[in-house]
Design a protein around this ligand. Structure first.
Ligand code: 5AD
Length: 392
């Protein structure tokens, strides 16, 4: 299976390259490759991440050709007569994104965390967590598997706030991955020094996942002892300014969070200029101070997705794993039909997956990765979506 369609370079204007996909033009930024018109590339998140041999690209395009138009037709039919909030949001997604759906992989490489967030199962003060830390080579090997065997083109590298992973060690990981496995690297390592992020940008990382968690400063300070919302937001802004594509957002259903707060959360995600909106329901963990709180309903999450889409028709909106955990059967389909256009699949080595216990019974931790990918692809096809990323 393949998570991106090769694009053909049609013109080049300094770093901005125009690509053609079955007659559609898209733009992507080229920073790493020597390109000319006629070359084939993969783009992810608006960046060219790999140059591919013409013969290979043409083979892949042949496998896509018929399917691409068939899927488009299904998507068009499903969005042709929108009624109600979710369908209207989905029609906007269709209008601004077509039927492409980014499918990113995520590798959770350490569950050590120096932070003590009240909502999070791997908080520093949960002695029940079986802590693990993958080694540098082990992380690079997991990325290799994800890129070469499973065909992912974008990978999130996630950990708790773990200072064992110094700048030097993070650089070593990124270098190894860049050497061996062409992909868009998205860092999700928490509130680390901006200098580390700057350095990792120079090493070729282009994405960061960093949620602000809640736009309500009092709630934020209550749930994240010792932390200040202003500082987190300032870091997100700096990362955007540095050129990173940023995935950001919030938790839905936190104790003390009002409906108004969630609307403000959507506004903040949008006004920050997050490239990918990442929000999901809070799921109580039994070994945290918030174990007693009831999670949000499926409807609340779908409403939030639809409202975010209406607020920003061009946004990329992720169906988060915590939503999949809340509603295992339906979340992905319902989320994608209410305005979302992006997904993540957990590609952490199986022996660690269960230990990254930010909330209990996470969706996807026990499934075989191949059958998980198969079922996601089947689902996407059934609603006319192409698992790909066509650039900006
Ligand atoms: N339920 C849902 N999401 C959670 N996160 C942390 N704990 C929980 C929980 N109990 C989310 C936070 C964090 C991301 C990595 O995981 O939003 O940013």
């Amino acid at each position: 299976m393949c998570y991106a369609i090769p694009g053909k370079v049609t013109s080049i204007n300094n770093a901005v390259v125009t690509l053609e996909y079955f007659g559609e033009q898209r733009k992507a930024k080229n920073e790493f490759y020597d390109l000319k018109a006629g070359d084939y590339v993969y783009a992810q998140g608006g960046f060219i991440i790999q140059k591919i041999a013409a013969a290979h690209a043409e083979d892949i395009l042949k496998t896509w050709e018929e399917l691409f138009f068939k899927l488009k037709e299904v998507d068009s039919e499903l969005t042709s007569d929108p009624k109600g909030l979710y369908q209207k949001a989905n029609a906007l997604r269709h209008k601004h994104h077509g039927n492409s759906c980014c499918v990113h992989g995520i590798i959770e490489f350490s569950n050590y965390c120096s932070s003590d967030c009240l909502y999070c199962g791997i908080r520093k003060n949960n002695p029940g967590v079986s802590r693990y830390r993958m080694g540098i080579d082990e992380i690079a090997r997991a990325a290799y598997q994800a890129v070469h065997r499973l065909k992912f083109k974008a990978l999130v590298l996630q950990s708790g706030e773990d200072s064992w992973f110094t700048e030097k060690r993070l650089v070593a990981i990124v270098r190894k991955i860049k050497e061996q496995s062409p992909c868009l690297i998205i860092l999700s390592i928490g509130e680390r020094d901006f200098g580390i992020y700057e350095r990792l940008y120079r090493e070729g990382c282009r994405g960061v996942l960093l949620r602000f968690e809640t736009s309500n400063p009092l709630l934020y300070e209550r749930l994240k002892p010792g932390r200040i919302l202003r500082e987190r937001v300032a870091l997100i802004k700096k990362l955007l300014k540095a050129g990173y594509i940023v995935m950001s957002g919030f938790l839905i259903g936190l104790p003390g969070q009002s409906e108004q707060d969630v609307l403000r959360d959507i506004e903040l995600t949008d006004s920050l200029g997050a490239d990918i909106f990442s929000f999901g329901p809070f799921i109580p963990h039994p070994d945290t101070p918030l174990s007693h709180v009831l999670p949000a309903s499926t409807e609340t999450v779908l409403n939030t997705i639809a409202r975010a889409r209406i607020r920003n028709p061009k946004a990329n909106i992720l169906v988060n794993t915590s939503f999949e955990t809340l509603d295992r059967e339906n979340a992905v389909r319902l989320g994608l039909m209410a305005g979302a256009n992006s997904l993540m699949i957990n590609v952490t080595p199986r022996k660690y997956r269960r230990r990254y216990d930010i909330y209990p019974h996470r969706a996807g931790i026990d499934s075989n990765i191949h059958s998980r990918i198969d079922s996601v692809v089947k689902l996407l096809h059934s609603i006319g979506r192409a698992p790909t990323d066509l650039g900006i």
